[in-house]
Design a protein around this ligand. Structure first.
Ligand SMILES: Cc1cc2nc3c(=O)[nH]c(=O)nc-3n(C[C@H](O)[C@H](O)[C@H](O)COP(=O)(O)O)c2cc1C
Length: 453
């Protein structure tokens, strides 16, 4: 049943009272077990969750996103988002999931949807938009309590919105907040028609109800933001929360992080969690798909787990480091700090990987300039593979860092690890699970690195 005659909502309006009055004018008496579905827009308006885009100053990032998505949106015939709207979306989001012709983000509540749920429709004022309520569960709880006081009936309340879907056309109703009804029905363990035990069936109860209500609410000017569902049998719940419906990130197969941006050089302590050597090998397997000059694949990776070899190698390398720094005239304090840090970094990491350049894979020329260039090509090629390696680690949530130390102790590394003569030690990579996330260091502005001729 749709409630007709709900007035335009203003900040501060009492939604339960408005629903109560509308029930009366629609000649509807609430019954225990009714489900009241309320469009998010009126909740947001009553809470004053309205902003005027004119009051927003877009950041550099918002402008960059604007430049990126606008041509694509034009190609797809999708409305153009202003930098101000993009900024408002960023302000409401914790992560951008996709910025292509549309802008899909994860909101502060954990919802993944277009435009962080910011809505331009059904609100007066050209540049006014509504933001999602900060806590829709709380709003649903409050409305349910107030309606119980006003009507003496125990109902369930769902606050709804409509979200587009990744694999199908057409927005459907979804729940943003809930009170009195469990969000999902876990059918696992029940029997199907033929007596087989259901292994994975979980029914999105409140989203299904929201979708049904959406059909009556309408999306445009129908103005029926409150719907009552009667006769649907459900289990009352006093501690329902929308959080039960949000899929854990680790189980979200479709979430891709932009590893090119999220990868960081991790130089801190690692978590005690054990890293399976297979993961390290899988990452090296990916690193070999890097491009290389003449497809020579000059890279060799030596995996060192924690053990005596590492300790011995580090002691020798640090002795040389001390000599080098003393020759440079560095203070004892500086030297001690540097050596301690090196020990912590290289001995503390669950895995230490040495990258070597194999001279055997470098083409030999008698012309010294040509030979030098072939060497550079080798270095460039193994660097490409090293970058792939770091990205592969990032993909598998392994923290890592590239260190140049072996370059300065090539002889020692070769001796201690008894490497083949043709191997040239080039870099170390530490790898393990992180305990902290890192802030990205600043990058140069694009106009410093791009030259258009
Ligand atoms: C060739 C190369 C050598 C590096 N050597 C070291 C090193 O010896 N010590 C260190 O702390 N970081 C080293 N790094 C990591 C850089 O400091 C790091 O990539 C840079 O600060 C940018 O940070 P980000 O990787 O988190 O974006 C090296 C990186 C590269 C590419």
């Amino acid at each position: 049943m749709g409630l007709n005659g709900i007035p335009l909502i203003k900040p501060g309006d009492d939604i339960p009272k408005i629903i109560f009055n509308a029930l009366k004018s629609n000649n509807i008496t609430l019954k225990d077990g009714d489900i009241i579905l309320i469009a998010q827009t009126i909740i947001s308006k009553s809470l004053g969750r309205i902003i005027n885009l004119k009051d927003i100053t877009p950041s550099k990032r918002a402008n960059e996103i604007y430049q990126k998505i606008t041509p694509k949106a034009k190609d797809f015939g999708i409305p153009i988002k202003s930098p101000e709207l993009i900024q408002a979306i960023l302000d409401e989001s914790i992560e951008i999931i996709k910025s292509e012709h549309v802008l899909i983000t994860e909101t502060k509540h954990g919802f993944v949807c277009a435009n962080a749920g910011i809505d331009k429709s059904n609100i007066e004022g050209e540049t006014n938009v509504t933001l999602l309520p900060e806590d829709s569960d709380l709003e649903a709880d409050n409305i349910r309590k107030d309606l119980r006081e006003l009507t003496n009936k125990n109902v369930a309340v769902i606050i709804t919105d409509s979200f587009g879907r990744p694999f199908r056309i057409g927005a459907v109703g979804v729940a943003l907040g809930v009170s009195g009804i469990v969000p999902i029905i876990d059918k696992r363990g029940d029997k199907d028609l033929f007596g087989y035990e259901l292994q994975s069936t979980i029914i999105g109860q409140i989203d299904n109800l929201s979708s049904a209500a959406q059909l009556l609410m309408g999306e445009s000017d129908e103005g029926r933001p409150v719907i009552i569902i009667r006769g649907y049998v459900f289990q009352l719940s006093e501690n329902a929360s929308i959080n039960l419906i949000l899929r854990e990130k680790s189980l979200d197969l479709f979430r891709t992080k932009n590893i090119l941006r999220t990868r960081r050089s991790y130089k801190l302590e690692f978590a005690p969690k054990i890293v399976d050597k297979k993961i390290i090998e899988e990452c090296i397997e990916l690193a070999r798909w890097a491009p290389s000059a003449h497809n020579s694949q000059q890279w060799r990776y030596i995996i060192m787990d924690k053990g005596k070899n590492r300790e011995k190698l580090l002691n020798r390398m640090n002795k040389k480091l001390r000599d080098d720094l003393e020759k440079d005239g560095k203070s004892e304090e500086f030297i001690k700090n540097k050596i301690n840090r090196t020990r912590e970094n290289f001995l503390g990491a669950p895995f230490l990987i040495l990258l070597c350049l194999d001279k055997k894979d470098i083409e030999v020329y008698s012309n010294s300039e040509r030979a030098q260039n072939e060497y550079i090509l080798g270095v460039q090629s193994i660097s490409a593979s090293a970058t792939y390696l770091l990205l592969a680690f990032e993909m598998k949530n392994i923290a890592a860092c590239w260190y140049c130390a072996p370059l300065f102790s090539q002889k020692i590394v070769k001796e201690v690890l008894k490497l083949p003569e043709s191997f040239i030690p080039m870099a170390f990579f530490t790898a393990g699970y992180p305990i902290k996330s890192l802030k990205a260091p600043k990058r140069k502005d694009l106009n410093e690195i791009i030259f258009n001729l």
